[in-house]
Design a protein around this ligand. Structure first.
Ligand code: HEM
Length: 506
């Protein structure tokens, strides 16, 4: 071939290769790769590498090999796991639009609860309305102040109950007592009624229903990872969940009915949360219906009772395991609490050490160890692709124990929090026991009051000892993973007398 003719052809081919290569490069730049992850098997993905009862720990272990953003496949579901504060911040703040929906387990779809549930519904005008109602009508400082006396009454009853046990030298199950107080604190804040008492089995029944629901929602369910099976509910979990939902919805329905009958046709001013809600529902243009209300109550009891009581149980377990810290906490209480009035919400600001103790407990044992979200569109996180419809897990537990964030991460050192002020700081992404961003827990202010005042009450009036000569170093701190992180072995301890006069106890 003539050389003069070949040159333009070579130039043309060269130009084409460049254009294609440049195009490919640009394309690569536009669509980043999925994060790294362990090799997975066809059909089952990485299921065998993920122990369900220790999911938080197995994901932490894998992230040590594959990094702070990794991909695992559970059945057919692509799951992106985040275990660093920087990436958590990018996911929950910068990309909150795309990553604030929930991955919905098949079981919670019973009675279509997910469609009406604040916890599970997608970000939407309805979700915003429910969040606004929670913020203004239940959890605002003003509203919590106005319901404080009802909750403090429950703490006085707690002191009487503990005093009886103290006199008999009888051991109590701390988690059970904490659950009764959490349950009654919520029911009194909402309806001004008790749902349980220490002496009766009703709180145990309620606790059984709540824990069965949480177990059902967190149990490995084949239908969650093979969506094609959802229609047939292969493990029967939706059927069981329906049963639990119905028990609680029927209870709330009867509470609403009774209150409506008492009110007859009048509008009650300045009463409790239920009255405020019933006033709202009467309004023709109300954004809230009775159906919304029933499902909101369901959510508040599910999300608020167990999380609060396990936090109290873990705190007591840590303090009993660390007698020096227990002494320091009690000393602070004895300086601050007015013995004639007992513990009040207002005292919390003057108890920095107790607050540090609670934060340190939440760092080590966050009651919700993994945040469960879902991507509604493809996004890029720190250079990696998060595909649409992926399950996105933020491993709060692993960030709390990360040695690159915390010194001696496995030690209980409340002092590390003494400088960080008196609120749970959302911007500090290494410590997000209440989540962060749009989906952050709406009950923080309530939990803050209930957890601190209950612990203060238990520790101001009593010292505590373990049973059967159990030594503090022998307390079993093994965790059981679920929607909430439980102590595998309940904490049993005996309240014992101490030198202070408890003058407000009759
Ligand atoms: C120590 C106690 C508590 C802890 C550690 C806790 C923690 C959390 C966490 C981690 C989330 C998920 C956040 C996310 O996905 O980013 C959450 C959500 C939620 N919490 Fe709490 N919580 C506690 C107490 C409460 C209480 C007392 C209530 C109400 C009575 C409550 C109501 C809720 C609700 C309704 C949601 C769902 C919010 C939404 O999806 O928009 N929580 N909580």
């Amino acid at each position: 071939m003539d050389f003069i003719k070949v040159v333009p052809l070579i130039s043309f081919l060269y130009a084409c290769i460049h254009i294609i290569a440049f195009g490919l490069l640009c394309k690569n730049k536009k669509s980043p790769k999925l994060p790294p992850g362990p090799p997975s098997y066809p059909l089952i993905g990485n299921i065998l590498q993920l122990g369900p009862s220790k999911l938080h720990q197995s994901l932490t272990k894998l992230s040590k090999t594959y990094g702070p953003i990794m991909r695992v496949t559970i059945g057919t579901i692509t799951t992106i796991v985040i275990s660093s504060p920087k990436i958590a911040k990018e996911a929950l703040h910068k990309n909150d639009q795309a990553l604030s929906n929930r991955f919905i387990p098949e079981s919670v779809q019973a009675l279509s609860h997910d469609k009406s549930s604040l916890i599970f519904m997608p970000i939407s005008p309805k979700w915003k309305t429910l969040r606004k109602i929670c913020a203004t009508k239940i959890f605002s400082s003003q509203q919590l102040d106005s319901t404080q006396s009802l909750r403090l009454e429950k703490l006085k009853e707690l002191v009487v109950y503990l005093k009886e046990n103290c006199e008999k030298g009888k051991a109590i199950d701390i988690g059970e007592v904490a659950f009764t107080i959490s349950l009654n604190s919520i029911s009194n804040t909402l309806f001004s009624i008790d749902m349980a008492s220490f002496a009766s089995s009703s709180s145990q029944n309620f606790r059984d229903v709540i824990s069965s629901m949480l177990i059902e929602a967190s149990n490995p369910n084949i239908a969650d990872y093979y969506p094609i099976l959802r229609r047939i509910d292969p493990q029967g979990s939706q059927r069981r969940m329906k049963n639990y939902y119905q028990k609680l919805l029927t209870l709330f329905e009867s509470i609403i009915e009774d209150r409506s009958n008492q009110r007859k046709d009048c509008v009650m001013e300045g009463s409790d949360v239920l009255d405020l809600f019933l006033n709202m529902i009467r309004n023709e243009n109300s954004e809230l219906t009775k159906h919304d209300l029933l499902h909101l109550f369901l959510d508040l009891f599910i999300a608020g009772t167990d999380t609060t009581s396990v936090t109290i149980e873990w705190t007591m377990a840590e303090l009993l395991q660390n007698p020096e810290k227990l002494k320091k906490t009690r000393k602070e209480l004895q300086k601050v609490i007015n013995k004639d009035e007992g513990v009040k919400d207002l005292d919390i600001t003057n108890l920095p050490y107790l607050q540090a103790v609670v934060k340190e407990t939440l760092r080590l044992h966050p009651s919700a160890p993994i945040l469960v979200h879902k991507s509604v569109s493809e996004v890029e996180l720190c250079g990696f692709k998060v595909p649409k419809d992926a399950q996105v897990l933020v491993n709060v537990w692993s960030m709390g124990r990360d040695s690159s964030i915390w010194n001696d991460p496995n030690l209980f050192v409340p002092e590390r929090f003494l400088e960080s002020g008196d609120v749970f700081r959302e911007e500090d992404f290494g410590f997000i026991p209440f989540g962060a961003g749009r989906r952050m827990c709406p009950g923080v202010s309530f939990a803050h009051r209930v957890v601190h005042t209950m612990l203060a009450t238990m520790l101001y009036h009593f010292d505590w000892k373990l049973v059967d000569e159990e030594k503090c170093e022998d307390i079993d701190m093994t965790e059981n993973f679920g929607v909430t992180l439980h102590k595998i072995k309940p904490l049993i301890a005996i309240p014992i007398k101490e030198e202070l006069e408890n003058s407000y106890i009759v």
